[in-house]
Design a binder for this molecule. Structure first.
Ligand code: HPA
Length: 245
């Protein structure tokens, strides 16, 4: 069984039931990860946890050092990554509170360090990214949800936006026309960096609000917070039940 990395997003800066064994600071050629890596046991699985926005939730989506995070996890032996993220819902099925495991990605971010292959004196490298997420891990999520008897939406296109502001209603209409079903700010370049290092990576997304223009008036940040607290409780339960190979 290989070491499993869990990247926690907004609402999941720690794992309550993680039996912590030790913490480790990893330095990388790309700078500092979002924090020390937390090694421990979650149920029967050896995991390494990392809070994407820092343990105090202080790093905004466009300033997360995605390269350092992915490099550090790979360096300590992680070969599969469960990536948890909060998203806004665009498609009808993506109501607040729904947990979804997207199967596709559209990248609207810009100006982020999005590759380990920077050229220089090295050969140009292209990766295949037709199917951005690791199907084996997605099936492990489905099996865990079935075991719990809890719903898990097994499809959807994740649209990655720049943030930290939420989108305009017109931007969401455009993303919807493009085929986006849910919108978040951290799904890229995390997914492609993981693929570049040959890691098995798949997201678990909690819909915490209707995306801009998908509700009457403006987005309520208060109700977003409420959905986040309740929903991340269910995500934790799912994480404890997932048994990756
Ligand atoms: N847009 C982008 N990212 C998000 C949202 C949203 O509406 N909700 C949670 N993360």
């Amino acid at each position: 069984m290989s070491l499993v990395g869990i990247i926690g997003g907004s609402g999941l800066t720690k794992l309550k039931n993680l039996e912590i064994v030790h913490r480790r600071i990893v330095r990388t050629p790309y700078g500092e990860p979002s924090g020390p890596l937390t090694f421990g046991r979650l149920g029967h699985t050896e995991v390494v946890f990392l809070a994407r926005h820092g343990y105090g939730h202080t790093i905004p989506p466009h300033q997360v050092n995605y390269r350092a995070n992915i490099w550090a996890l790979h360096y300590v032996g992680v070969r599969q990554i469960i990536a948890v993220a909060a998203v806004g819902g665009i498609a009808e099925a993506m109501q607040a509170g729904v947990i979804a495991c997207p199967d596709q990605l559209i990248d609207y971010t810009h100006g982020r360090h999005h590759t380990f292959f920077e050229g220089g004196d090295k050969q140009v490298v292209h990766i295949d990214f037709s199917f951005p997420y690791c199907e084996r891990l997605r099936l492990d999520y489905r099996a865990a949800a079935e075991q719990l008897g809890k719903p898990l939406l097994m499809a959807g296109v994740y649209a990655a936006t720049q943030g930290p502001r939420l989108e305009t209603a017109a931007e969401i209409r455009r993303i919807e026309r493009d085929g986006g079903d849910m919108v978040g700010m951290t799904g890229s370049p995390e997914a492609q960096l993981a693929r570049e290092l040959g890691l098995c990576y798949a997201p678990i997304c909690l819909v915490v609000n209707p995306a801009a223009g998908k509700t009457e008036g403006v987005i309520s940040l208060e109700s977003l917070q409420e959905v986040m607290v309740e929903g991340m409780g269910r995500v934790r339960q799912l994480l404890e039940t997932i048994v990756p190979l």
